[in-house]
Write a protein that binds this ligand. Structure first.
Ligand code: GAR
Length: 196
């Protein structure tokens, strides 16, 4: 059984879908949900589902990302993960942290990568006049929002969309895509998943 650690920064709706998916004949189980924000709503939601939680506030570390990551590594290593899923984890990781988990760390990003790495993906898709948007699950490498694509899901951009309405449509697909990719990945299959 593969041990999965999920890193979050906020509400954790993707985390919830991942945790809910890991039952029955699924080849993985959640062993820890950790956040850089002690107030992240997802922590209480994970605890309510019976998953151990940890919080390491990044703020006292200021710009010292490596020191923050050293603190975060404590609970992560104690959980002995086989796979780490970034699920709305909004801290950029150092190459050193990424190297430690390369080949076993996934991220979900709310755009059709390689388009719109970074922030404000939905507004940028609208500003560009794109006819479709979507989300991508990829392996994490040292370059931000890069790395081999493990799954992608597309949604139409509708007339009158705002960044919020488009984000909601994309998020609904994230909730389908990430569990589908994790199931396949945990079984050792890196063939990309394409939805719908
Ligand atoms: C999701 O839309 C995820 O794709 C995005 O944050 C949201 C988290 O929502 N991630 C990024 O932008 C990473 N750069 P959630 O906390 O409800 O899962």
């Amino acid at each position: 059984m593969k041990r999965v650690v999920i890193l979050i920064s906020g509400g954790g709706s993707n985390m919830i879908r991942l945790v809910e998916s890991m039952t029955g004949d699924h080849p993985a189980r959640p062993v820890l949900v950790a956040s850089n924000d002690p107030a992240a709503a997802g922590l209480a939601r994970a605890a309510a589902m019976g998953v151990p939680v940890a919080a390491v506030d990044h703020r006292p570390f200021g710009k010292d990302r490596a020191a923050f990551e050293t603190a975060l590594l404590g609970p992560i290593l104690a959980a002995a993960p086989d796979i780490i899923c970034l699920a709305g984890f909004m801290r950029v990781l150092t190459p050193g942290f990424v190297a430690r988990f390369e080949g076993r760390m996934l991220n979900i990003h709310p755009s059709l990568l390689p388009k719109y790495q970074g922030l404000h993906t939905h507004q940028r898709a609208l500003d560009a006049g794109d006819a479709e948007a979507g989300c991508t699950v990829h392996e994490v490498t040292a370059a931000l929002d890069d790395g081999p694509i493990l799954g992608q899901a597309r949604v139409p951009v509708m007339a009158g969309d705002t960044a919020d309405t488009l984000a909601a449509r994309v998020l609904a697909m994230e909730h389908r895509l990430y569990p589908a990719v994790l199931r396949r990945y945990a079984a050792g299959d890196r063939t990309p998943v394409f939805l719908p």
